[in-house]
Structures are given as structure tokens and as C-alpha cells.
Design a protein around this ligand. Structure first.
Ligand SMILES: [Cu+2]
Length: 114
């Protein structure tokens, strides 16, 4: 556990935080869940993830190549993650986000928040 793994904690931008916070907060307090998306073999697994508002998604890169999870509309960007690095993001409101890896445009994923 002495490996200096880089870990980013991200928050969604102002536009998304403006979504109903009361509902998201109540949900987070009662049954917030953490989900992991593994980046390996030049793909996101699971590529399509359905979560509840208030849940956290952590992307972990297990490839030698550096990858990112970057929303197509600019809502979030993990930045490039080296092998073994991870980034976490908490989603506050309902919606669907389509994201890709910045250097590898064929790598695609979606996060759907209920
Ligand atoms: Cu990539």
C-alpha cells in the first residue's frame, strides 16, 4: 500500500449541481453506492453503467496506455490516467452522460443516472 497511486476526486460542474440537490442528498444519505469502471484492453467495462443520483463512479486504468473518461459535452473530464491511477466522480442528478477517451476516440461509455 505504499505505491503512490494518483487519485483524483472530481465533482460535476455548476450546471449539474443546480439540479435538485434535496433529492440527491437524501438518496446519497440512505443508499449511495460506489461503482467501478475498469479501463482495460482499450475499453471501459462496463461501457454502459446505470446508477442512482448521489452514487459515485470510479474509473481505474489497468492499461499501460494512458486513458481518460471525458464527457462529450464537457460536464466532466478525469484527465489522462496512468496505469494504476483512478478518478472518482459523484453524480448529483438524473440524466445520461456520453463519454470517451480523449486520445482514443473509439473508446466510448455512458453513465445513466436515475
Ligand atoms: Cu484511451
Amino acid at each position: 500500500m505504499t505505491n503512490p497511486t494518483r487519485r483524483n476526486v472530481l465533482r460535476l460542474g455548476a450546471s449539474l449541481l443546480a439540479l435538485p440537490l434535496a433529492a440527491a442528498t437524501a438518496n446519497a444519505a440512505s443508499h449511495s453506492t460506489s461503482h467501478t469502471v475498469v479501463i482495460k484492453g482499450m475499453k471501459f467495462t462496463p461501457a454502459d453503467l446505470v446508477i442512482n443520483a448521489g452514487d459515485t463512479v470510479m474509473w481505474v486504468n489497468e492499461d499501460s496506455a494512458r486513458h481518460s473518461a471525458t464527457d462529450l459535452n464537457g460536464a466532466f473530464d478525469t484527465g489522462l490516467l496512468a496505469k494504476g491511477a483512478s478518478a472518482s466522480l459523484t453524480f448529483g442528478g438524473a440524466g445520461t452522460f456520453n463519454y470517451r477517451c480523449t486520445p482514443h476516440s473509439a473508446m466510448r461509455g455512458t453513465i445513466t443516472i436515475n
